[in-house]
Ligand binder design. Structure first.
Ligand SMILES: [Zn+2]
Length: 486
């Protein structure tokens, strides 16, 4: 076969070779048959064919070069030759199945396919599968395009791959800076060149809208010292009502440090995870050295030497999702300067019971009728320097911590509104106030222990009902008592 195909390079290809003779024979055969019957190939009589072939004596050549095949035409246009009609019909079936899957409804090729059995040159006959793509491309309702899928969901399709690449880059862009070393979507984003229904979304702007749309998610917020329910709502872009709705079991007037609240979190449809490699200086904390001091009470301490912080140069990979830091992996730390020790003297002398413990207990238990901070009274805001705890008349008021009474009596002058007032000094610039009392049980100069009843609830001074106005002052400044109460 090799010789037959490649040997005669000189002169006309059909002259003087077995193949040329066979082609010549076939041509004559075709003519004869066509003359006999206009129907053509179907009418080839194998008997007469073999007889002629035998006569010529090149039967072996003929059977190796020619074979019976099936010529397929689509809408009257000759497509090519395959081994059999059944082979091609299998391809048609596959194309229809594929189109049905893509379009989501039964699809049948509407082209007219005709088959003609013919005696053909062997190498003209090829596998039917080679026409699958050609056939498929003729389906108008299906197009080949770049399909964008997010977690398997089809977002849209475009003909130009650059368009979808640009769209994805646009979404990533806000999170990329010079330090960014990696950027990826947290969802599985796939762009594939494939067949899809031509009615799929092809509008890039509409695709962008889908990808950047926010869905309302939820996250957990831990209440911090000084927080108010209203401020938490504002910080999370919510109204008080919305925050209440998300936390139906929470008493908005009694939130406490460490309490977990559900807050709104806007999550974009497509989230971007970036890694920035950052290098920055970081302080190294001073190691603490304790020195016992028998002249100081147990639990008291005094800094003898604050020490000097060290410095280190840190290189870290900071991982963000939508620009919010999630994690920080330190890659390298170089110490620039070592810290020096912080020396603290700690007391060992036994503590008398009235000595402050360093934390506050609630002076009375009851509903908080007014919080620290700005409050609305008759539509206008005013500042409230303490915490109002409602309790029945005569309820004992406990000292929030041990200390020394520095004032006990009816407040006067600019302080008149406190009514009957007790002020306890807890040392270190810390004082607690108990206002509007009905009666007072201690005197200035008394030492009181934590929990000791020092007064009784009333409504003296500027007050509209029985309650204890509890105030905490640090170096004379009023602070939110909720941040200090245990
Ligand atoms: Zn008050």
């Amino acid at each position: 076969m090799e010789e037959i195909l490649h040997a005669p390079q000189r002169g006309a290809r059909s002259e003087g070779t077995a193949r040329g003779a066979a082609a010549d024979l076939l041509r004559r055969l075709r003519c004869g048959i066509e003359n006999q019957a206009a129907n053509g190939w179907k009418m080839v009589n194998p008997g007469s064919f073999l007889a002629v072939a035998a006569a010529v004596g090149i039967l072996s050549v003929l059977t190796s070069v020619y074979a019976t095949g099936c010529v397929v035409s689509v809408d009257g246009v000759r497509l090519g030759a395959v081994a059999s009609q059944a082979d091609f019909e299998k391809v048609v079936e596959r194309v229809e199945d594929r189109a049905t899957r893509i379009l989501g409804h039964d699809y049948t090729l509407d082209q007219e396919i005709t088959y003609d059995t013919a005696l053909l040159e062997r190498d003209e006959i090829g596998p039917a599968s080679r026409f699958e793509t050609v056939l498929f491309d003729q389906i108008g309702e299906v197009m080949k395009s770049y399909v964008l899928k997010v977690d398997g969901q089809v977002i849209g399709a475009v003909e130009d791959e650059a368009e979808v690449t640009a769209l994805l880059d646009t979404i990533k862009a806000p999170y990329i800076n010079d330090a960014t070393t990696s950027v990826e979507f947290t969802s599985n984003v796939v762009v594939s060149h494939e067949y899809t229904s031509s009615d799929v979304n092809q509008d890039v702007a509409a695709m962008e809208e889908i990808l950047t749309a926010n869905t309302n998610g939820e996250t957990v917020y831990e209440v911090q010292a000084g927080d108010t329910f209203m401020q938490i709502a504002i910080d999370n872009g919510m109204t008080m009502r919305e925050l209440e709705a998300l936390n139906p079991d929470v008493d908005v007037d009694r939130i406490y440090i460490g309490q977990l609240l559900t807050v709104k979190e806007e999550i974009p449809f497509l989230s971007v995870r970036t890694v920035d490699r950052l290098t920055y200086e970081q302080a190294i904390e001073c190691p603490v050295e304790q020195v016992e001091d028998s002249s100081m009470y147990q639990g008291d301490s005094k800094v003898l030497d604050p020490g000097v912080e060290g410095q280190s140069l840190v290189t870290a990979d900071v991982i963000y999702v939508n620009g919010k830091e999630q994690e920080r992996d330190v890659v390298e730390t170089t110490v620039l300067s070592e810290p020096t020790a912080k020396v603290i003297a700690v007391g060992t002398k036994e503590r008398p019971s009235w000595m402050p413990k360093g934390y506050f207990i609630w002076p009375v238990y009851g509903n908080i009728t007014s919080y620290f901070g700005y409050r609305s009274i008759f539509g206008s805001y005013s500042y409230h320097g303490g915490l109002d705890i409602a309790a029945p008349y005569g309820t004992g008021i406990a000292a929030a911590d041990g200390g020394t009474v520095v004032f006990a009596g009816t407040a006067s002058g600019s302080n008149w509104s406190y009514g009957k007032l007790v002020i306890v000094d807890h040392g270190n610039g810390k004082q607690s106030y108990y206002g509007h009392c009905s009666s007072i049980l201690v005197s200035a100069g008394d030492h009181v222990y934590q929990g000791q009843t020092i007064a009784r609830v009333g409504s003296t001074g500027r007050s509209t009902g029985n309650h204890c106005h509890f105030e905490v002052r640090i170096n004379g400044t009023r602070v939110n008592p909720l941040s200090y109460l245990n």
